[in-house]
Design a binder for this molecule. Structure first.
Ligand code: OTU
Length: 650
């Protein structure tokens, strides 16, 4: 019997014994149709990972029931959205898209308060709102919400699940998509599965990785990387109550889920569909690189991690096709790209661009940025980057050492330099960053800090250096300007859009002081918002003025982006700028529209050979940012310090 026939027989059998009587006739038809289309692929992935287990088909049957329940609970409005998205699936490549990531408590403080912030989101043109993890979590330290105790319950401090659904509806009416975290590599040690495990229930102990002694943990640890070495060495935590070692890649209270157990896959799928059914347009796959463990490897980016994510994608396609995955793989660039694809994650953070934008600010050079983007920026046409400059985490220097080597840069030494530079230890540095996760064994570290503080605003204000303030503002606009124009969804990180400085108050908070990432998790108050929206009529301080200038600058650029299709579905070609301080790329869409972006990363004027204008064809047009016109016969183009040009072909 052929393989295809096998799958069909399997589906027929499953359907025979699946009760669809709880579904409306329409839903039952829809469900069967979608299963016919996507079950073969789901079957292939699922049996690839679990096929050797005697009860694989039992779990597959259960999974189909979970998907059925997902469809059953999906609201009519979301089913309508499914239909529309299936008709025009590439919404995320639109020039209209602008993202914002924020913490509910730091901008609310509750979900209900966020309704009042919608005008602010609209002023920035936000269409994609990522609310940082808002689920029930342990009191005190919960890794900023990334230790989830209940996926179906909103943290009571922030509101209720009904509040969240109401907000999702209100946002959708304003054309803003809600994006939620799917923290599926681990749960908190207070999740009901963990609690049952603590009570000694074998079934739930098998939801996690648990060992009676150090034999196996020691073997694994020979090849594992330590993620938070400043708080806890190694990747396992001894639990007194169970007398077992538990796998905890991150903090001791975050227990890694055991995906070699199909029951875990099914259970978490049910949680995932709950989040999809709240009305989220995209799910951020937190720490997805870690979900599969393989002895003798670093247990990151394993093949079966990919297969599992593909299986989850099949589940979405069957039960909630409007929802797409966003990959959060902050790993080697080649590995980042492997998560991107229509069968896996349609969206992905772009950590390489992020890290190298900072690198170019520090070195004033663009060779590594140019070479790396030439190699890694191209991805499938039906997928997109989410381009960001800062986020709630630290900055890790995730460039490819081989690419650096080709340019004569030693990766290890260069990372050391970048850490020194951004923590302000390097003489002449403008940055006020804070070291994070310093590894006592090898001296490795990463860097935290707000956009403004890392761009030099903090030190310039302290020194009363107005030129420094101006430069800091220009740096911020330069970095964001590239994320707005290079191709993908630009993602603002809330509080950076108004250039807020590092917030050191976490050092007085016992639950936060050990985790320096809190320095860049900063409140945006109603006063900040009034200031940004131009509602404050008094003389502004130097800092307030910088804040307004950044906000206005970003707003203007985003407006231009929205009004020019070439920022949306268009190819990106990374060019050689003929000046080591400048970065250049060309966008071109299927209608022949072109845009040439030129950026100067140094504090001195720089010239680029006018030849580059020929990439725009015969009639180079005007710079959309300054309205300066180009004839095309210019022998050089001069850029002011930190200037960026968006030259649109005529
Ligand atoms: C993510 O980051 C979150 O963004 C963090 O805030 C969480 O603490 C963590 O997961 C655990 O939930 O190690 O330093 O891609 O770089 O997933 C941040 C690999 C992290 C990791 C990333 C992780």
């Amino acid at each position: 019997m052929s393989y295809a026939a096998d799958v069909n027989v399997c589906l027929d059998r499953i359907l025979e014994s699946t009760d669809l009587s709880g579904l409306t006739k329409k839903d039952a038809t829809l469900f069967t149709k979608r299963l016919e289309a996507h079950f073969p692929s789901l079957f292939e992935k699922y049996t690839y990972v679990y096929g050797h287990q005697y009860d694989c088909y039992y779990h597959l049957q259960k999974l189909v029931e979970t998907l059925r329940d997902g469809i059953k609970k999906r609201k009519p409005a979301l089913k309508k959205l499914d239909e529309n998205r299936l008709k025009s699936p590439l919404w995320y490549r639109d020039e209209n898209q602008v993202g914002l990531a924020c913490y509910v408590d730091l901008m609310g403080p509750t979900l209900n308060d966020l309704h009042k912030r919608i005008p602010y989101y609209k002023a920035l043109g936000v269409t994609y709102l990522h609310l940082m993890p808002l689920y029930d979590a342990p009191a005190g330290d919960s890794d900023g919400g990334y230790a989830v105790s209940d996926y179906r319950k909103v943290n009571p401090i922030l509101g209720t699940t009904e509040d969240l659904e109401k907000l999702a509806d209100a946002l959708l009416k304003e054309g803003i998509n809600l994006v939620l975290d799917f923290v599926f590599n681990h749960t908190s040690d207070e999740h009901r599965w963990a609690k049952a495990a603590l009570e000694g229930e074998r079934q739930y102990q098998n939801y996690y990785y648990m060992y009676d002694d150090r034999t196996i943990p020691d073997q694994y640890e020979q090849t594992l990387r330590e993620i938070f070495p400043q708080v806890r060495r190694g990747s396992f935590t001894f639990n007194e109550q169970m007398q077992k070692w538990v796998w905890t890649t991150f903090n001791s209270f975050q227990w890694d889920l055991n995906y070699s157990n199909p029951e875990v896959f099914n259970a978490i799928t049910s949680e995932m569909l709950f989040l999809a059914n709240i009305g989220s347009a995209a799910l951020r796959l937190d720490a997805l690189a870690f979900i599969w463990k393989e002895m003798g490897t670093n247990c990151e980016n394993q093949e079966k991690a990919h297969v599992l994510i593909q299986a989850f994608t099949c589940c979405l396609e069957i039960a909630a096709p409007a929802v797409v995955f966003k990959s959060e793989a902050i790993v080697h660039p080649d590995e980042v790209n492997k998560y991107i694809g229509s069968e896996e994650c349609k969206l992905s953070y772009n950590p390489l661009l992020m890290a190298l934008l900072w690198n170019s600010l520090a070195t004033r050079k663009t060779r590594l940025l140019t070479r790396s983007m030439q190699k890694s920026f191209p991805i499938a046409d039906d997928c997109t980057w989410v381009n960001y400059v800062r986020c709630h985490d630290d900055i890790g220097w995730t460039f490819d050492d081989n690419v650096a080597q080709e340019l004569g840069i030693n990766g290890h030494d260069h990372r050391f330099f970048l850490n020194q530079f951004f923590t302000g230890r390097f003489e002449g540095s403008f940055a006020n960053g804070v070291p994070f996760a310093e590894n006592p064994s090898n001296g490795d570290c990463r860097v935290c800090g707000s956009l403004a503080s890392l761009c030099g605003l903090e030190s310039a204000l302290q020194n009363g250096d107005s030129k420094g303030v101006e430069e800091a503002v220009s740096r911020m606009l330069l970095l964001y300007g590239i994320t707005f124009s290079i191709g993908g969804i630009p993602l603002l990180y809330s509080s950076d859009e108004i250039a807020k400085l590092n917030d050191y108050s976490y050092r007085d908070d016992e639950t936060k002081q050990h985790d320096d990432r809190w320095v860049n998790r900063i409140a945006v108050t109603p006063e900040d918002i009034s200031l940004a929206m131009g509602e404050v009529n008094r003389e502004l301080s130097q800092q307030e003025e910088a804040s307004v200038n950044v906000f206005n600058g970003l707003q203007r650029m985003l407006e231009i982006r929205k009004n020019n299709a070439v920022f949306g579905k268009a190819k990106t070609f990374i060019l050689e700028a003929s000046n080591q301080h400048c970065f250049a790329f060309l966008r071109e869409n299927e209608h022949g529209e072109k845009l040439l972006v030129l950026s100067n990363f140094s504090e001195y004027p720089q010239q680029v050979d006018g030849e580059i204008l020929t990439t725009l064809g015969r009639n180079p047009g005007e710079d959309l940012l300054s309205n300066m016109h180009f004839k095309g016969d210019e022998s050089v183009i001069t850029l002011r310090p930190f200037q960026q040009l968006w030259i649109k072909g005529a």
